[in-house]
Design a protein around this ligand. Structure first.
Ligand code: PEP
Ligand code: MN
Length: 267
């Protein structure tokens, strides 16, 4: 696979430490809204994530949308709202950076930089992030192979940033019942070839509320290092991804069931 730094031959396991939360060591659940829409919406979601036992808060301030007329995110204002939510709840935050010109200043607001599926092979973005030491979650491109994905991780590692976390979020197939086809075979595959931790995103991976918990459980059973799910105080009126965001009550139940399975499997 032509991997040097990402190869399992070099290292057994990478543990990415985010404010004392060790990704790669224990099951870490990241929760929060698809997009930061307002302070009230984000604070409510953050409290729900905290109350349910989530460890990290997500929320997009820069949204990669199919249409230029769809909500693009609040940008800096969104990052400031996330910062406030972190102050109140103590949850570290993850948010997407879409443009290499924004890496340095966005890294000052977030604890983990997210590279979206649509930007997986944005090599100038990867190189810029590689120059920071910021923990970075690299989402798999929707048309990408494992080899292409890990080569993108290699770009970040080779610039000097060892804190890379992979995230499987589903790929495009002929199936249209689900939004994407969540490729859970990537969990053991990733573990065969690399030492980097892998998180599963069953929200974007399925696009359907009813499928999120079963796929999250399957991911835990297959050895995932973490999960990322979308949580919104009022999903029906969300500005994006209305079909796949859990309410606070649904998240609470989800966490109870996923934790029970995690305890059963991993002790
Ligand atoms: C996201 O997680 O906010 C997101 C946009 O997902 P993806 O890049 O996987 O489509
Ligand atoms: Mn989303």
């Amino acid at each position: 696979m032509d991997l040097k730094l990402a190869s399992r031959k070099n290292k057994k396991k990478t543990i990415v430490d985010v404010d004392g939360i060790k990704i790669g060591e224990e099951l870490v659940v990241i929760g929060g809204p698809c997009a930061v829409e307002s302070e009230e919406q984000t604070m409510k979601a953050a409290r729900a994530v905290k109350a349910g036992g989530g460890k990290i808060l997500r929320g997009g301030a820069f949204k990669p949308r199919t249409s230029p007329y769809s909500f693009q995110g609040l940008g800096l204002k969104g990052l400031r709202i996330l910062e406030k939510a972190k102050q109140e709840t103590g949850l570290p935050i993850i948010s997407e950076v879409m443009d290499s010109r924004d890496v340095t200043w966005v890294a000052e607001y977030v604890d983990i930089l997210q590279i979206g599926a649509r930007n997986m092979q944005n090599f100038s973005l990867l190189k810029e992030i590689g120059k920071t030491k910021k923990p970075t979650m690299l989402k798999r491109g929707m048309y990408s192979t494992l080899k292409e994905w890990l080569n993108c991780a290699e770009y970040i590692l080779s610039e000097g940033n060892p804190n890379v976390i992979l995230c499987e979020r589903g790929i495009r197939t002929f199936e249209s019942y689900t939004r994407n086809t969540l490729d859970l075979s990537m969990i053991p595959s990733v573990k065969e070839v690399t030492h980097l931790p892998i998180i599963i995103d069953p929200s974007h991976g399925t696009g359907k509320l009813s499928l999120i918990e079963p796929m999250a459980k399957a991911a835990v059973a297959a050895g995932a290092d973490g999960l990322m799910v979308e949580v919104h105080p009022d999903p029906k009126n969300a500005k994006s991804d209305q079909q796949q965001q859990m309410t606070p009550d649904q998240f609470k139940k989800f966490m109870k069931n996923v934790n029970a399975l995690d305890n059963f499997i991993n002790g």
